[in-house]
Write a protein that binds this ligand. Sequence first.
Ligand SMILES: C[S@@+](CC[C@H](N)C(=O)[O-])C[C@H]1O[C@@H](n2cnc3c(N)ncnc32)[C@H](O)[C@@H]1O
Length: 210
Amino acid sequence: MELVNKRIAEYTESFTTEEPEIVKRLIRASEKNLEHTDMLSGRQTGLLLKLLVQISGAKRVLDVGTFTGYSALMMAGVLPENGELITIEMNSRYREISDGFFSKEPYRSKIRQIMGNALEVIPGLEGNFDLVYLDADKISYPEYWKMIRKKTISGSLIVLDNMLWDGMVLNAKEGKEYAIHKTSELIRDDDEVDQLMLPLRDGVTVVRVK
Ligand SMILES: C[S@@+](CC[C@H](N)C(=O)[O-])C[C@H]1O[C@@H](n2cnc3c(N)ncnc32)[C@H](O)[C@@H]1O
């Protein structure tokens, strides 16, 4: 399903600030080394994340689903000097690419990558997060939502990607689309948060804990 008219999507992207040079290099490295790069969050979601970090003054960020590091670089690039971004990835193939970027300053002192299953890693993380970006396996979104809520406090932001899942959430009965739809319902039924679902790319939901 075409969620946003193609020409409108291109037009809005053309009036969205380009990524910093290092992130453009990461995109090129991903395209050179991988057959598929459609998992990259993309310029508009990337800019949204960057702006949310800046506007909220977030110091501690959790990035669930690193892939090659696009969202991590976009957010870590605007964290304060004492800021920290933890990013979780289970596929070591992507690490070969992300490491080359995460090892450069100022990212080196801000980004901590944890390799492993995020479902097992998140409950063991200490402290709370000012901003969490969820972009890992969709079937587990309801579980992620519950564990992430335990790591957030008043004022925290949670951003979830792919919340429209190519429009399939409209008739969701099973599978990933049902898990995503269920997550939107869980968020809706949580009295302690405000949620805004944006028809941006594949659907982006922004949540703020009251
Ligand atoms: C859509 S991509 C993330 C894109 C990334 N945020 C970006 O901006 O480019 C999803 C990533 O989550 C990883 N992933 C999926 N399930 C996971 C899990 N249970 N634990 C850790 N990583 C997982 C996948 O290997 C994949 O790299």
